[in-house]
Design a protein. Structure first.
Length: 262
């Protein structure tokens, strides 16, 4: 057993959507720090370019920016076309880009529900589908490609906030993950989901500022997640160590889901 390289992702080609901030940036940083070639996508060209430059400077891997608004199917096609110009294959696709919206049930906007469901679920399927030729290009039983979907513990447990579209989209994404895993395993593509708990991100910023102390008090390990926690889980799933794991929904939440509620 080659334990020295068990968690190696060196030289793997990785795409991280929503990779310019929050959890996506944490994941991209972990892969670049481990010697991978990482492509990040986000709506803001300026931010995406800056983060890619910073991560490449830190190395030892490389990071490249391909800005795209993944609400649009045309933008998804553009993203995949741009990667295809530079790479012959893709080892890992991390579907992280997402949106949220909170509003009372009586007033929840129709267009907000559609926007969240489109980006958090439908476009993840669209991008995975569009990336299949790249994911299949070098995948073998000995070295399968990976798809990692970033779900949420809000797709497992009922959230306290009125984020109806978000929790529904994440629950559906977990099921989509299992469905794809069952269909793509024999084509040597492993599909898993990570269900993060509380991490410092733009999406969580206001919630943590308002309820941070009470949130941490309900987490058995007594803290919110760190970049190493989420990046390490992605690296495990992308390495030889995770090669027999597919169709899993892995909660990375410090025990929040199993905390006793009084």
């Amino acid at each position: 057993m080659d334990t020295q390289n068990l968690f190696s992702v060196k030289n793997k080609v990785v795409l991280v959507t929503g990779g310019s901030r929050g959890i996506g940036e944490m994941i991209a940083t972990g892969f670049v720090s481990s010697g991978a070639t990482v492509y990040i996508s986000a709506r803001s060209k300026k931010v995406c370019d800056e983060v890619a430059k910073e991560l490449t400077a830190k190395g030892p891997g490389k990071c490249y920016s391909i800005p795209a608004d993944l609400q649009s199917l045309d933008e998804i096609k553009h993203l995949v076309a741009e990667i295809s110009k530079k790479e012959q294959h893709l080892d890992v696709l991390v579907n992280n880009a997402g949106a949220n919206w909170a509003a009372p049930v009586d007033d929840y906007p129709e267009d907000a529900f559609e926007k969240v469901m489109n980006l958090n679920l439908k476009r993840i399927f669209s991008l995975t589908q569009a990336c299949l030729p790249l994911l299949l290009a070098k995948s073998t039983a000995e070295n399968p490609s990976r798809v990692i979907n970033i779900g949420s513990i809000n797709g497992i447990d009922v959230p306290g906030l009125e984020t109806y579209a978000y929790s529904s989209s994440k629950a559906a994404l977990h099921q989509l993950t299992r469905h794809l895993a069952g269909k793509l395993g024999d084509r040597h593509i492993l599909v898993n989901a990570i269900a993060p708990g509380s991490f410092q991100s733009k999406m969580m910023k206001a919630t943590l500022e308002k309820f941070g102390d009470s949130i941490v008090a309900r987490i058995p390990v007594g803290r919110i997640g760190s970049p190493e926690d989420i990046a390490g889980t992605c690296i495990y799933l992308s390495s030889r160590a995770g090669q027999y794991t597919t169709g899993a929904i892995i909660a990375v939440d410090g025990g929040a889901l199993v905390s006793a509620k009084m």
